[in-house]
Design a protein around this ligand. Structure first.
Ligand code: AGP
Length: 656
């Protein structure tokens, strides 16, 4: 969480910092700030709220300087107000710092520093770092930063500048991502590549406990004992356009539409003849042959991909497969057999704190660790024994879409790859499976062409509930129906309700969604519900349809919308029975069904139907994902929600 950026060169740093922050806003958007130094004078500007508020403020009160640091915050310690926004100054305002991470021993450090006379301005954990540097500074900024970070517990990516060194920017990292961008006569730091991609493609990925000293013409690297170290620069191959909206109104819809191309890319890279190939996957066949159990670990959407991965791998490998959320796995008394347990960690960002901690825990216990990761060079990718990149390109929207289907695809390929090694997937089976997979990009394109039908369902849903809500607020059923437009009905009801009724604030609170699926589409139900709640704030639950009778059925009346994932499959009839049970209780049903399914369209089953193209049940989660993503997207747009940056969330959760 939080994004940091820094620049040193000859240009005005401020537009570069603001530009960088705009590509890092996905990491947090509670507040933003920058500091720049001009002729040895430090100047700072920071504001609560999104970056655009800071941009407005900079228009009125410009800041300039050829060296600077910037920050976009996801609050952990201290509320997201202006004082707690980064950068943070030392007492004499001669040092200034931006930080991503959590300083776990900040409390004791703060108490100590306070006793020594340091005056704190904010409630953040970060501020102790700048006071510590101020205290330890004896004329050498590198030494002071190293001495300070040797006292820190927790995680940090830091950018530090000081009036004592107007031509120097110092950066350091431990457990929070940080890269150095190497330019010509200028250098950069950033939490992530897109922030600097417009300016340079040459980057150095800092590892834990590494410190970088940037001047205009040089980047020098050290360990925390100030001993110089050498590292290679990497060249970024993708361009900045892939991290831009390309004419779409939101990153999310752009990324939804990219899925057919992402799948094509994966299949082109990974399939050679009748073989799945993972180049640079550094776990030997001999090692893999010793594996007798697999544990999948991930968070959020990646966990849902992992859950589907369990169904896929179980079917193809006939091995015991377990799946767990990282936050649970890391603290459990896990059963890991040295050299026999394969841990598969799944992460888009490759920086999720709980997933990274699980990976380290599993490694310590002797597991073989493979990762399915999107961000190249991320911590998880680098710390795994073998990494399979998902090749989805940068995913910017907080709600994960293309990374999810790329993770699913990777699981299918990994299943085939391992199945060949274990002898559970024959040549003939490989051919059939790869043949089915090859159809998916085309079917996805076909499915996305129908996006207007999904939008119509989303609009109908909003319309229906606008009326319902208006009706409820008015307590006057008939009165409200005289309005031709539900929005007018709602506005009228709101007006009346304002004085006496506070229920509008709970909009949709009474109209939850329930997503039901079975077998490989049980994870699809969980993912559908997550997508909806994170971008629309409507409460949504995902359930295994067979579990409905064990509790969730109590929710059913005419208010919730029950999304039933019912493609043609071995469990189709079971799903129909579930739907009947819902209908018997006046439940409203939206079915996601295979094209041409006439049965499900009957009124006794569905109020709304969204179709997916025909596909083998085993691969259906790849197609089911798309309309569910679109449904959430269009409802969010209809409700005027902030689609790409939903409240309280951040793209990569780098704190526990
Ligand atoms: C997905 O829409 C969410 N934003 C979130 O659940 C995400 O999948 C989770 O935080 C895991 O992130 P990772 O894949 O980067 O590890």
């Amino acid at each position: 969480m939080c994004g940091i950026v820094g620049y040193i060169g000859k240009k005005n740093a401020v537009p570069i910092l603001m530009d960088g922050l705009s590509s890092l806003e996905y990491r947090g958007y509670d507040s933003a700030g920058i500091a720049a130094m001009d002729k040895g004078q430090l100047c700072m500007s920071k504001r609560a709220g999104k970056l655009k508020i800071l941009a407005e403020c900079l228009k009125k009160n410009p800041v300039k300087g050829a060296i600077g640091i910037g920050h976009t915050r996801w609050a952990t310690h201290g509320e997201p107000n202006e004082i707690n926004s980064h950068p943070h100054y030392s007492c004499k305002s001669d040092f200034v710092i931006v930080h991503n991470g959590i300083i776990e021993n900040h409390h004791e450090l703060r108490e100590k520093l306070k006793k020594e006379g340091h005056k704190f301005r904010s409630q953040t954990d970060t501020e102790v770092v700048v006071h510590l540097i101020e205290k330890l500074y004896k004329g050498n900024l590198l030494k002071a930063v190293c001495a300070a970070i040797r006292q820190l517990h927790g995680s940090f990516a830091l950018g530090v500048i000081s009036t004592h060194h107007p031509d120097m920017l110092v950066a350091a990292r431990k457990d929070s991502p940080l890269i150095v961008g190497v330019g010509k006569g200028e250098n950069y730091i950033a939490s992530d590549v897109p922030a600097i991609l417009k300016y340079t493609r040459e980057v150095i990925y800092l590892d834990n406990n590494e410190v970088a000293v940037l001047t205009r013409d040089k980047v020098a690297l050290y360990n925390t004992k100030e001993a110089p170290i050498k590292k290679k620069t990497a060249k970024i191959k993708w361009d900045s356009a892939s991290a831009e909206k390309a004419g779409y109104p939101h990153f999310m819809i752009k990324e939804i539409n990219e899925q057919p191309q992402v799948l094509k890319t994966i299949l082109n890279h990974r399939i050679k003849g009748n073989r799945v190939v993972f180049e640079k996957f550094n776990i030997s066949e001999a090692k893999l042959k010793k594996i007798n159990n697999i544990q999948i670990v991930a968070c959020g959407t990646a966990y849902h991909a992992g859950l589907c991965g369990k169904y896929i791998l179980e079917k193809l490998l006939r091995l015991p497969i377990n799946v767990d959320t990282s936050s649970e796995f890391r603290y459990r008394d896990q059963i890991i057999t040295k050299g026999r347990t394969l841990i598969i960690v799944v992460s888009q960002s490759g920086e999720t704190a709980d997933t990274l901690a699980s990976l380290r825990e599993a490694k310590k216990k002797g597991a073989v660790v493979a990762s399915i990761c999107n961000v190249v060079g991320s911590s998880i990718a680098r710390e795994s024994d073998g990494v399979i990149y998902t090749l989805a390109g940068p995913e910017i929207a907080v709600a994960s879409t293309k990374a999810y289907t790329a993770q699913l695809t990777t699981f299918y390929l990994l299943g085939i790859y391992l199945g060949r090694i274990y002898g559970t997937v024959s040549d003939k089976a490989t051919k059939k499976l790869l043949g089915e997979l090859a159809k998916v990009p085309g079917l996805m394109t076909q499915s996305l062409k129908e996006h207007k039908k999904v939008k119509k369902v989303a609009d109908q849903y909003i319309r229906r509930y606008d009326y319902r809500l208006a009706e409820q607020l008015m307590f006057l059923g008939d009165e409200i129906w005289r309005f031709k437009d539900p929005k007018k009905a709602l506005a009228f009801a709101q007006q009346c309700a304002k004085k006496s009724h506070s229920a509008y604030g709970k909009r949709f609170g009474d109209f939850p969604f329930l997503y039901l699926g079975r077998n490989v589409n049980y994870p699809s139900a969980l993912e559908g519900a997550l997508k909806l709640k994170e971008i629309t704030y409507i409460s949504a639950e995902g359930y295994a349809a067979g579990e409905m009778k064990h509790g969730p059925i109590a929710l059913i009346d005419e208010f919730p919308l029950v999304v039933c994932i019912t493609p043609q499959s071995a469990v189709y009839e079971k799903m129909l029975s579930n739907i009947k049970e819902i209908r018997a209780r006046k439940g409203v049903v939206l079915s996601v069904a295979t094209e041409g399914d006439k049965e499900i369209r009957k009124k006794e089953y569905s109020d709304y139907v969204i179709e997916i193209p025909k596909i083998d049940e085993f691969f259906s989660p790849l197609l089911v994902a798309l309309p569910l993503q679109l449904l959430s997207y269009y409802i969010a747009v209809g409700l005027k929600c902030d689609v790409d940056q939903p409240r309280n969330l951040a793209k990569s959760v780098t704190v526990e």
